[in-house]
Ligand binder design. Structure first.
Ligand SMILES: Cc1cc2nc3c(=O)[nH]c(=O)nc-3n(C[C@H](O)[C@H](O)[C@H](O)COP(=O)(O)OP(=O)(O)OC[C@H]3O[C@@H](n4cnc5c(N)ncnc54)[C@H](O)[C@@H]3O)c2cc1C
Length: 393
């Protein structure tokens, strides 16, 4: 392994999709004096490689729809030609359906917001139209759904591999198995990043530590409200009758959701009673709470075999929206030049292109110009200007 350099213009802490994508944006603009430090053995080994790969514009707040629109366009048109020719954006859609008047009203509200924000493809569909998409779905108590054929899914492995290969071609230094212990602020735009492999002087730092961000920033004396929550994801055996090109489908009354994967399905449901932790063992006991939902939604799933499962951390914030921007400097604390991108609350893979674009502009220009992400500042929690996102599953 090569030796850690003694200095770099930009140090990125965290080799997940946010750190890698932001480095790529900087490198395409000519800034390659970048070091990425990842504590685990592999890039993307935090949440990124555990992701279900869903990409949607169906959010309930305008800023989150904005991040989605930019990112979806990037995945659809740019990722394959610019980063990885093997990458595919599988445009199979996202379907949210309701089985109560209250939830249908919530779908009315989100549909109106999305239309207002220019998500033209999303539309209300009836139970019988849902049956046309998924012939085996039990519509006996379904009142309606929102469907966008332009949403879809991606493979997180293709994203990490593509960014990794491209960054190495640009000459960006990447170190795995290298935990950052802390940051010393010397003066504005003058820091020492402390690691077990040695120290690096840096002008600017990007903290892209995902669900570790709360504890990492506490070491630097800064409160960042991000906590890790385990999410387990389960895979069924082959289901020859299940439509291979069907949408990511959400029963918004129970939160149970599923999509086609490797000839069967992949499915999840948040356990609302589980507290924060970095436990990454899949929760097999939680299955007994999901399987009855799945069988109600699609009775033919009764015979499905469950052949695999994994778990990873969601980086949850109090309003379920991310934190993007500069860490405010203070006379007794950190100096100017530390930026943060974190707290995606389960939506980071889909929001990575937009977030990386914004963070690269902060790092290179000290302000953003492509997207206005000022609403996502860390200070919003003190000011009480929350971006309360309801479409979190
Ligand atoms: C089961 C599951 C399903 C999901 N499904 C979806 C989905 O369908 N669509 C979607 O958009 N998102 C989904 N997500 C969320 C998505 O995976 C994350 O939002 C995204 O990967 C966050 O990227 P990140 O780079 O911020 O964090 P991470 O990928 O967690 O990367 C942060 C990295 O920082 C490293 N790190 C932390 N502290 C240090 C330190 N001190 N020194 C060095 N390195 C450090 C970690 O090891 C980690 O690799 C899912 C997540 C899970 C767990």
């Amino acid at each position: 392994m090569s030796k850690l350099p003694s200095n770099a213009r930009i140090v990125i802490v965290g080799g997940g999709v946010m750190g890698l994508f932001t480095a790529w944006e900087c490198a395409t603009r000519g800034e390659t004096d970048i070091v990425i430090l990842e504590q685990r053995k592999f890039l993307g080994a935090g949440a990124t490689q555990k992701s279900a790969g869903g990409v949607r514009a169906q959010f309930t707040t305008a800023p989150n729809v904005m991040l989605s629109k930019y990112s979806q366009d990037f995945y659809r048109r740019r990722f394959a030609p610019e980063i990885n020719p093997d990458f595919q954006y599988l445009e199979y859609g996202y379907l949210f359906f309701a089985r109560s008047e209250e939830k249908l009203k919530a779908l009315d509200n989100s549909l109106a917001l999305q239309k207002k924000q220019g998500v033209d493809a999303v539309r209300r569909i009836s139970p019988s139209e849902i049956r046309e998409i998924l012939p085996d779905l039990n519509i006996s108590d379904v009142l309606g759904g929102n469907f966008s054929p332009e949403d879809g899914f991606v493979d997180p492995g293709d994203i990490v591999n593509g960014l990794d290969t491209s960054l190495r071609k640009f000459g960006v230094d990447i170190f795995t198995d290298c935990e950052v212990a802390g940051i010393d602020s010397i003066s504005d735009f003058n820091f020492v990043v402390k690691t077990e492999l040695g120290n690096i002087s840096a002008e600017k730092i990007l903290v892209a530590t995902g669900s570790w961000s709360g504890e990492f920033m506490r070491k630097c004396g800064v409160k960042v409200p991000v906590d890790p929550y385990r999410r387990s994801l389960y895979i069924s055996g082959p289901l020859p009758w299940f439509p291979k090109k069907s949408p990511f489908t959400f029963d918004i009354c129970t939160g149970t959701h599923f999509r086609p994967e490797s000839g069967g399905i992949l499915f999840l449901k948040i356990n609302p009673n589980e507290g924060p932790s970095h436990n990454e063992e899949p929760d097999w006991d939680w299955l007994e709470h999901i399987v009855p939902d799945l069988i109600h939604i699609m009775p033919r799933l009764e015979d499905a075999e469950i052949i695999d499962a994994w778990a990873g951390p969601y980086a949850m914030t109090p309003d379920h929206s991310p934190i993007l921007g500069e860490i405010p400097a203070s006379p007794s604390g950190v100096k100017k030049g530390i930026y943060i991108v974190t707290g995606f609350s389960g939506h980071g893979l889909m929001h990575a292109p937009a977030s990386a674009c914004a963070m690269s502009e902060y790092l290179l220009d000290l302000k953003t110009s492509t997207l206005d992400v000022s609403a996502y500042s860390l200070e919003r929690y003190e000011k009480g200007e929350l971006i309360e996102e309801a479409a979190v599953f």
